[in-house]
Design a protein. Structure first.
Length: 236
């Protein structure tokens, strides 16, 4: 097979790999925009009365978030550490021995004419075969993540059981780009502390994203051609 024919056969595979390298994995879209409370029209003002409906001030209202549009501060205390070790070792030895059969009490043999180099002569059907197969593999994987800080979100929805669906994001603009933190999840009102904060470890179904845009973020991303060579489509 010449080089041109090999290139023609690999060209579709290369095109498919480049397309897959450029494509990005589907991202679960989550709305992080702040939720606004529903607008309730103010009742008409009534003259001659001390109490005006809709303008009362409560001295005993709980300041913790409990309605749509209320703000809640989430204290980020995320720390994960995982370690995995795998080791596999297999070995297999086999040996086969076939004695020379006998026919009518005499061993079976056949003669081969002598060759110029001296090979040939009497031969039998006796044979021996030995095989050995050994495999050994070892793998280690360690991952550690840490994220601390705080982010203030808004209540987007109140579930029938009273739990709060919260969502929000924080953007930081620096000279080399932008960094942002996004979070969404479900908070139980009983976990909200008196200062209207809750730990991120107590947020159910939490989705926390810490990423960025700009030159600094681009320098930490693998190029599309390198992603192709690292993909399973690369046959070599």
């Amino acid at each position: 097979m010449n080089v041109q024919r090999l290139f023609r056969l690999l060209l579709p595979v290369l095109a498919l790999g480049l397309a897959s390298g450029c494509a990005t994995r589907p991202v679960h879209e989550v709305v992080y925009r702040p939720a606004m409370p529903p607008v309730v029209p103010e009742p008409p003002q009534r003259d001659g009365a001390i109490y005006q409906e809709g303008r009362e001030v409560s001295l005993f209202t709980d300041l913790k978030a409990h309605r749509v549009g209320d703000v809640l501060t989430i204290v980020l205390q995320e720390k994960t550490q995982a370690k995995k070790t795998a080791q596999v070792k297999t070995s297999k030895d086999s040996k086969v021995s076939l004695p020379n059969p006998t026919v009518l009490g005499k061993p079976t043999r056949f003669d081969v004419p002598l060759l110029p180099h001296g090979r040939g002569g009497p031969h039998t059907l006796e044979t021996n075969a030995d095989s050995s197969n050994t495999f050994e593999g070892k793998g280690d994987s360690t991952q550690s993540n840490s994220l601390t800080g705080s982010i203030t979100v808004t209540v987007a929805r109140v579930l029938p059981n009273g739990n709060l669906v919260v969502q929000g994001e924080k953007w930081l603009t620096i000279n080399t780009g932008e960094e942002y933190i996004r979070i969404s999840g479900i908070v139980r009102p009983a976990d909200i502390r008196p200062d209207n904060t809750v730990l991120s470890t107590q947020v159910a179904d939490a989705r926390i994203t810490y990423s960025g845009k700009g030159e600094f973020a681009d320098s930490n991303r693998m190029g599309w051609l390198a992603r192709f060579f690292m993909s399973p489509l690369w046959p070599f």
